[in-house]
Design a binder for this molecule. Structure first.
Ligand code: NAP
Length: 465
């Protein structure tokens, strides 16, 4: 028992692993507690903070990135420290955190992608959309990759907002993208792109699409782009038609799609073709390189729980393409020493309390927020109530929580291990560098995409600060 935890005499020590939206919202909820004195340390693998706000949000959606102002305030505030460039499981281990912190919050998101499980999926040219997103957003892990933009057609599988993002980026005017913070290597590649048509494949119908209205509306506003929808795909089965009465987003989606279907082709230089009830069943190729995708036409069957599920009809067609981007969802990866549910790709938990994967027993002092907690769904704002709910569990557990044994600063441990820690002040040096480069070009920032270069800029800044 340690009732004194969270007081001025013995502040609560919290480690947050991952400095994306979910982690920041957990910190915000903790700092909002009037009678709680806490010290929060963020640990982040990359030197740069903000997770998917920097590496996931589309570069032509700059206004969404304004949320970082809230995160900045938190990171610069009293009682919060940022340790960037620290890899959990390599530089800092689960046992280290247990020794130094009373509570640990995993806010690591979902770092990988789901597979479709079809033949040919691993051929060159068949890529997860999540990696394409990381590449154009300047994520250091993907900067060296190249994507085949030499064929006039790309196929995008999935009907979520990530599929919408990658489709839009592929047909957008590169001069417009060059005004954003898109990575320079991606702008250069897209300038010489020969892609003229992106075919989106939705396995279910328009009434079941996961994308939202603003993203679909944006398609119709893209300069030089026709949005092609087959009116036959909009002839809904009775169950789908009836479902629209209770789903405003789906209703508006169907209305917008009907507008596109009526407009048809206008002879614009680039096209988005939205196909529904269509599943890729095989990626075809030659010499290890994909060349085409075999697509099966589906019908919808009502399942036992009332949802409409896709079922192949045995009718196929083949679409030639230079690349297929699989946008069928993100998936979490296991952290060393932390329970993992491999089926869901999440950290098993009850109300944010981490549980043992086999016994379901709660592991004291360990918590999870965001996509690592609930799976890869929802927008950035969804993480706010999600993190606040985990913090409710954290606070409820305080009276029975044993205090962390170590009485020294984790910074000492990281220094002993010669980890080149990036502090929040260091990040601001890099941020100032990127912003200045951007200002010179009339852009929000020019991203540095290589960790070695980031560290060189930070070191140079420290020496002159
Ligand atoms: P998502 O919204 O869950 O969409 C995944 C899509 O993949 C669904 O259309 C799903 O179809 C389809 N799918 C799954 N397995 C498939 C398979 N084997 N074959 C064919 N299709 C398959 O996921 P997401 O697009 O990765 O987005 C993740 C979250 O981030 C979402 O909540 C999204 O709204 C959010 N996000 C928001 C924005 C924004 O606000 N602008 C931008 C990007 C992402 P079924 O429905 O049939 O399963």
């Amino acid at each position: 028992m340690s009732a004194h935890l969270g007081t001025a005499e013995r502040p609560l020590r919290v480690a947050i692993v991952g400095a994306g939206p979910a982690g920041f919202y957990a910190a915000e909820a903790l700092l909002k507690q009037k009678d709680l004195v806490c010290r929060i340390d963020f640990f982040n693998r990359l030197p740069t903070p903000y997770g998917l706000v920097r590496e996931g949000v589309a570069p032509d959606h700059q206004s969404i990135k304004a949320v970082t102002r809230v995160y900045d305030k938190l990171a610069a505030g009293a009682g919060v420290r940022y340790f960037g460039n620290v890899t959990f499981g390599r530089d800092l281990h689960h046992a280290d955190l247990k020794a130094h912190y009373d509570q640990i919050v995993y806010a690591v998101g979902a770092q990988s992608d789901r597979k479709m499980g079809i033949p040919g999926e691993d051929l060159a040219g068949s890529m997860p959309a999540t990696i394409f997103v990381g590449w154009y957003n300047g994520h250091p892990d993907y900067r060296e990759l190249s994507f085949n933009l030499d064929h006039e057609r790309v196929i995008v599988v999935g009907n979520g907002n990530v599929a919408m993002d990658v489709t839009r980026i592929l047909v957008s005017d590169p001069d417009e993208l060059a005004k954003t913070d898109m990575a320079d290597h991606a702008i250069a590649a897209l300038r010489s792109s020969k892609v003229r048509e992106v075919v989106m494949l939705g396995r279910r119908g328009p009434a079941q699409a996961a994308f939202t209205n603003p993203e679909l509306k944006e398609f119709g506003e893209l300069a030089g782009v026709d949005v092609i929808v087959d009116p036959a795909d909009l002839a809904l089965d009775p169950q789908s038609e009836a479902s629209l009465a209770n789903d405003k987003t789906a209703l508006k989606n169907v209305e917008l799609l009907r507008t596109y279907a009526a407009r048809g082709a206008t002879g614009a230089p680039r096209r988005i073709v939205m196909r529904f009830l269509a599943s890729p069943v095989e990626v075809l190729g030659a010499d290890g390189q994909m060349t085409a995708v075999k697509v099966e036409r589906n019908q919808l069957i009502e399942s036992a729980d009332g949802t409409m599920r896709p079922k192949g009809t045995g009718n196929y067609d083949t679409l030639e393409a230079g690349m297929i981007l699989r946008s069928v969802g993100y998936k979490g990866v296991p952290l060393p020493g932390v329970p993992y549910n491999s089926a869901k790709g999440t950290i098993p938990n009850v109300e944010g309390r981490v549980t043992d994967q086999e016994s379901n027993a709660v592991i004291p002092g360990e918590y999870v927020v965001g996509w690592a907690k609930r799976g890869p769904s929802g927008v950035i704002g969804t993480n706010k109530p999600d993190a606040a709910a985990t913090v409710v569990s954290m606070l409820a557990d305080l009276p029975n929580l044993p205090a962390a044994p170590a009485d020294r600063d984790v910074a000492t441990l990281l220094a002993e291990r010669a980890v080149d820690v990036v502090t929040y002040a260091d990040w601001k040096l890099l941020d100032a560098h990127e912003s200045a480069q951007g200002q010179a070009q009339g852009r929000p920032r020019v991203k540095v995409t290589c960790v070695t270069e980031m560290m060189a800029i930070i070191h140079a800044g420290r020496n002159t600060a």
